[in-house]
Design a protein around this ligand. Sequence first.
Ligand code: NAD
Length: 263
Amino acid sequence: MNERTGQGTALVTGSSSGIGLGIAHALAAAGHDVMLNGIEAEADVAAQRDRLAETHGVRTAYARADLTDPHAVDDLVGEAEDRLGPITVLVNNAGVQHVAPIGEFPDDKWELILALNLSAAFRAIRAVVPGMTARGHGRIVNVASAHGLVASPGKAAYVSAKHGLLGLTKTAALETAEHGVTVNAICPGYVWTPLVESQIPDTAKARGMTEAEVKRDVLLAAQPTREFATTAQIGALAAFLCSDAAAQITGAALPVDGGWTAQ
Ligand code: NAD
């Protein structure tokens, strides 16, 4: 436990960049010590980790771990608890995507997407739930997607994994409901991340469009507000779900998608 804030340890998978890093900042701002994870080398994440600790005055650690390896998930949970103390918040955020028509969808991409986006979340929940229920308190947040609620062509594995993650969320919520543990999913639409930003110039060139047109008419075509969500907005919702104020929200799938799934 963090002696200054009274909060415990938050493990955020896939938090070396993008949405996971935004969630890590929001949880650190709320006083949680944070275990970061990703596939990058420790040295490449050191500056981010230092900034997190210095900005919010919490303890941080980083573990490089490929969570498609079933044993890596248990090892990561063990390492987080050894270094920072019992996990009171788990955020399953690590995820990858591949786009191809179903008739051509490669086996290895199907296996990778299911392994990381769904199976790793199951294993992490399985690893932390006994401790959370024994202590009578815990918060689990799964980062799904608007694609957990609706489909798009070319995304068979991603849509299947994210729909599966919502089923896992509901089941875990019911199993832990009487033990002070909540389990919820956040369903982002398009979020402004370095990865999204880096794809825009090439798409603009390939389609003969301006970068503004790519944002509005390609990436945000399904998002009625025509604006990206931000990593800070996703982080703020995750931090709220982890607060005492959200104790009666469990088993929910909360869209942050500018109205996409209202259509
Ligand atoms: P990102 O590509 O910016 O970051 C991915 C993170 O996952 C990194 O920290 C990376 O190190 C880690 N990672 C990748 N492979 C891994 C592996 N095998 N084991 C452990 N960690 C691994 O991703 P992002 O865009 O911030 O997306 C984060 C989550 O949000 C994903 O689950 C994604 O499906 C979901 N999401 C993203 C968007 C979006 O617009 N960016 C929209 C909806 C949902």
